[in-house]
Design a protein. Structure first.
Length: 162
């Protein structure tokens, strides 16, 4: 299953929907993560908050390929995209294991294929390096075999990157 998380406005919604199985819109119409860890312990992979992100752990957890489209925010995800990712902590369990000779949380849904980030907006070389490092670490932590970061110079390139 291919899942796309994006913070783009309406003109791109139809294109994005045609390129994936599930879309998660980072539109800010949901609560931020409360840090209660209920999605880890009390009701695994389901957030206690009843909004559009209540099942986000299960959607992302079942993705073979996760594509994140985000505006550059100082070398990191846009705040709304980061909020979606924060709410997806339940894709793992509170238990730990070794992956890549490092300690990580045990995956609730197993391994995945590709973690891809498409970044738009101006970015310096240092910000691009930060994005690459962050995507690599996120992919490893969430059990993705591969990772990729693309920097969008013009929105006419978006369809080819998807």
């Amino acid at each position: 299953m291919r899942v796309i998380i994006h913070d783009l406005k309406e003109p791109y919604a139809e294109l994005i929907r045609s390129k994936c199985d599930r879309v998660i819109e980072a539109d800010g119409k949901y609560a931020p993560c409360q840090g209660c860890f209920g999605c880890w312990t009390k009701h695994p992979a389901r957030c206690r908050m009843k909004d559009t992100l209540q099942q986000v752990c299960r959607i992302i957890g079942q993705a073979d390929e996760l594509v994140i489209i985000t505006k550059n925010l100082y070398g990191g995800y846009d705040a709304e995209v980061k909020n979606v990712l924060d709410r997806s902590i339940g894709t793992s369990t509170p238990l730990s294991t070794y992956r890549g000779r490092q300690m990580h949380h045990t995956l609730r849904y197993g391994r995945h294929d590709l973690w891809k980030v498409i970044v738009y907006g101006e970015s310096s070389d240092a910000e691009q390096d930060t994005f690459r490092y962050m995507a690599e670490r996120n992919a490893l932590n969430d059990g993705f075999a591969r990772w990729e970061v693309c920097f969008l110079k013009d929105f006419s390139e978006l369809e080819d990157m998807l």
